[in-house]
Design a protein around this ligand. Structure first.
Ligand code: G6Q
Length: 533
């Protein structure tokens, strides 16, 4: 960020605060946890284990004000074309708008169309679930295969897995995304054509991976059931009606969405059809309503009480002042095991940018951090070593439901104990003296104490957020995802980048198309020595 007043103030705050240890802040202020915990519709968000005091926090709020965050939020919700490089409005929030209020793009209310497609999804998902819409041979369609990639895959893939407990008993979901033929072969070997519904999900309907996978699946189906069966076994989710029809899918079997819905923000649209079929439309709507609750909160809560704003500002504090360019998301919920890869796309595709909105190359500050993660407790036994004792801290988001969907002996108590212990250990650490005392108490001789005390000590002062949900319902999941969406948006506002384009992804789409005919011997290309060889 250019050195503005707010940035200069934050640089001073950084100098003042750098040596402060969080554990001392807790010791000095018994009310710290309470002061820095917020609640929202069944979520408790505790951000007290972060490196800040009131001075730092106020300076961060000033940074948000300096970037006119409140106005930028209104710009997004009200349909301004904030995706400037593609000249598009950004209205995934309209997809989960149940307020009855219009949302205008170029003077036209987009809500009637959104409601029409929602109703079409409701009707169709019910017809598949209750067997009114059947396969060509009269069998119920119980095997749902979503064919899509990136934003047309990761959302439904993550959400259907997260809501597995809500699936209809006789329905199973499968996902084909990769162009690697293995992805197709593995799914096709497990399903029966007579009972399979293929959902071809592609915003543009031009993506080579999805179209190639869809053609292979279409051929497989035709070989088994004949050409006429396609109408009963294929539907499309897209913005491109012409390409859908050219592909051979009936226009009636297409569920539309619009170019104001970005790929990685599209699970709330027709792209969520596999979710609606798996868990039922009412649960899909509950997911949307959870997101709507997060939208209302983001739009109306003051900065000081605004969860996505706090998530974003603390992220910026570490990214741009501590120079920590990574963070980890660790759900302690087996059903959420794909959440980190979903968030990887959301965050890294949105904010992995180096050109500003004013068209200047960014050379003097860092934008989006790298995100990684996995399900706790599994990852405690893999990369947590680096979180505890690596040379640089990694801020962590811990996510856990208070009540499990699968009460099973003491499992959930142990899971909860683990997440709390990890967050506390990261924050408190263990000094070499404490480690030495433990070694002596265990009867070790002084030579062993000297040899091991540093290895057994932990710097501590490592930050984390805690998201505690009453239960991971469709509503709670919708809220969680939307909170991250708004966090990413807020950071993009402060970094002054377009969080809604993805020119880096487009490059990959072009390059492979150029080399493919060369591999097939139909063209010669100019390449560097390595690629040519
Ligand atoms: C997401 C990106 C990208 C996109 C895929 C699939 O924001 O744009 O991940 O979703 O490339 O694109 P289609 O849906 O057009 O096939």
């Amino acid at each position: 960020m250019a050195v503005s007043n707010a940035v200069a103030a934050l640089l001073n705050e950084y100098q003042r605060f750098a040596e402060t240890e969080m554990k001392n802040l807790f010791a000095q202020d018994p009310a710290r946890a309470e002061k820095y915990t917020l609640s929202l519709e069944g979520l408790t968000f505790d951000y007290s284990k972060n490196r800040f005091d009131e001075g730092v926090l106020q300076a961060l709020f000033n940074l948000a004000r300096e970037h006119h965050l409140a106005e930028r939020i209104e710009d997004m919700f009200s349909g301004k074309k904030i995706n400037v490089t593609e000249n598009r409005a950004v209205l995934h929030t309209a997809l989960r708008n149940f307020s009855g209020q219009p949302v205008l793009v170029d003077g036209e209310d987009v809500m009637p169309e959104i409601i029409r497609v929602r109703n079409k999804m409701k009707e169709f998902s019910a017809a598949v679930r209750n067997g009114l819409f059947r396969g060509a041979t009269g069998k119920k369609l119980t095997q749902i295969v979503n064919i899509g990639i990136g934003g047309s895959d990761l959302g439904p893939y993550m959400v259907t897995a997260a809501l597995k407990k809500y699936w209809a008993e006789d329905i199973s979901c499968h996902f084909i995304s990769n162009i690697d033929g293995t992805a197709c072969a593995e799914v096709l070997s497990r399903i029966n054509p007579e009972e399979t519904l293929f959902i071809v999900a592609s915003k543009t309907f031009t993506t080579i991976e999805t179209l190639t996978n869809a053609r292979t699946c279409r051929e497989w189906l035709i070989n088994a059931l004949g050409e006429k069966a396609v109408a009963n076994h294929f539907v499309a989710l897209s913005t491109n009606a012409k390409a859908v029809v050219e592909f051979g899918i009936d226009a009636n079997n297409m569920f539309e969405f619009w170019d104001f819905v970005g790929g990685r923000y599209s699970l709330w649209s027709a792209i969520g059809l596999s979710i609606a079929i798996a868990v039922g439309y009412d649960n899909f709507e509950a997911l949307l309503k959870g997101a709507e609750a997060a939208d209302r909160h983001f739009r109306t809560a003051p900065l000081e009480k605004n969860i996505p704003v706090l998530m974003a500002l603390l992220g910026i504090w570490y990214n741009d002042f501590y120079n920590i360019h990574r963070y980890a998301v660790i759900p302690y919920d087996q059903y959420l095991k794909f959440l980190p890869s979903y968030l990887q796309q959301l965050d890294m595709e949105s904010n992995g940018k180096s050109v500003r909105l004013d068209n200047r190359k960014i050379t003097d500050y860092a934008t989006g951090p790298a995100l990684f993660g996995g399900a706790g407790t599994d990852v405690q036994h893999s990369f947590f070593q680096l979180l505890h004792q690596g040379t640089e801290p990694v801020p962590v988001d811990f996510i856990i439901p208070a009540v499990s969907h699968n009460e099973c002996g003491k499992h959930h108590q142990i899971l909860l104990a683990n997440v709390l212990a990890q967050a506390e250990a990261l924050m408190k650490g263990k000094t070499p003296d404490e480690a030495a005392a433990e070694l002596r108490a265990a009867g070790k001789d002084e030579a062993t104490v000297e040899k091991l005390k540093l290895n057994k000590s932990f710097d501590g002062n490592r930050p984390s957020n805690m998201f505690l949900f009453d239960k991971m319902t469709p509503f709670a999941l919708g809220m969680l995802i939307a909170l991250y969406e708004h966090k990413v948006f807020t950071q993009g506002v402060i970094w002054e980048i377009d969080s809604f384009d993805q020119w880096g992804v487009e490059l990959g789409k072009q390059l492979a198309l150029k080399i493919l005919p060369e591999l097939e011997g139909q063209a010669n290309g100019e390449h560097d020595g390595s690629t040519g060889a």
